[in-house]
Design a protein around this ligand. Structure first.
Ligand SMILES: CC(C)(COP(=O)(O)OP(=O)(O)OC[C@H]1O[C@@H](n2cnc3c(N)ncnc32)[C@H](O)[C@@H]1OP(=O)(O)O)[C@@H](O)C(=O)NCCC(=O)NCCS
Length: 185
């Protein structure tokens, strides 16, 4: 199994970790995907998702014969003496011969937004992507109105490389999508 990756957030006061995602997590994840507020910001899935969609998504991002190199993780925080799942972080659209992949993250439990978990998770997973999965380039996209995501990604080391004009339809209008990357230089 992939090692659990532990790290700190909120100026070192709290602990978080990344655990490879398992089938038992999918139901919770689908609930997060379908939360209207999360869905408005998370622009990978545009329509309501089902358990079958989770199965399709995670069997693509996590191949069962490659347990040592998980691509999809549950973000857990240590809270009141327990590890509780608050979100997901993953690599998708991997292109092995080019050593590139895209990174996506979400914190489905909103009370945990804005406390530094997103930034610290992105930093940790970038390290894992470069050192363990041997990626050369990690990309990420974010709707232009998703300020928290843009900030977290940039604080973790992503640089803006372009804008897809009018790429996201939300709240009755088109919005730009910001394209970012970090390279293993
Ligand atoms: C995007 C997301 C993963 C970021 O994680 P997070 O833990 O909330 O982010 P952080 O606490 O690390 O904050 C990042 C930065 O956003 C900014 N920020 C925080 N709260 C904010 C708010 N209410 N409004 C605007 N910006 C805010 C700050 O600049 C913060 O940096 P700081 O710590 O220097 O103040 C999380 O908010 C989330 O899951 N959102 C919904 C789904 C989503 O958008 N996924 C990403 C799609 S690409």
């Amino acid at each position: 199994m992939t090692e659990l990756m532990e790290y700190k957030f909120r100026h070192g006061e709290n602990k978080a970790r990344l655990r490879p995602i398992a089938r038992r997590d999918w139901e919770k994840v689908v609930g997060w995907w379908n939360d209207p507020e999360v869905k408005r910001l998370f622009d990978v899935h545009f329509v309501d998702q089902t358990f079958a969609d989770a199965e399709k998504w995670f069997s693509r991002t996590n191949s069962p014969d490659d347990e040592k190199h998980a691509r999809s993780f549950i973000i857990e925080v240590f809270h009141e003496n327990n590890w509780i799942g608050v979100g997901t972080a993953e690599f998708y659209n991997e292109r092995p011969s080019h050593k590139t992949a895209e990174f996506g993250f979400l914190i489905g439990e909103m009370k945990w937004w804005g406390q530094g978990i997103g930034t610290e998770t992105a930093k940790k997973i970038i390290q894992y992507g470069f050192k363990t999965l041997k990626y050369h380039r990690i990309g990420a996209v974010s709707a232009a109105y998703n300020v928290r995501s843009l900030n977290a990604l940039q604080k973790a080391g992503f640089q803006i490389e372009g804008v897809r004009k009018g790429y996201v339809w939300r709240d009755g209008e088109y919005h730009d999508q910001i394209m970012m990357s970090v390279l293993d230089l």
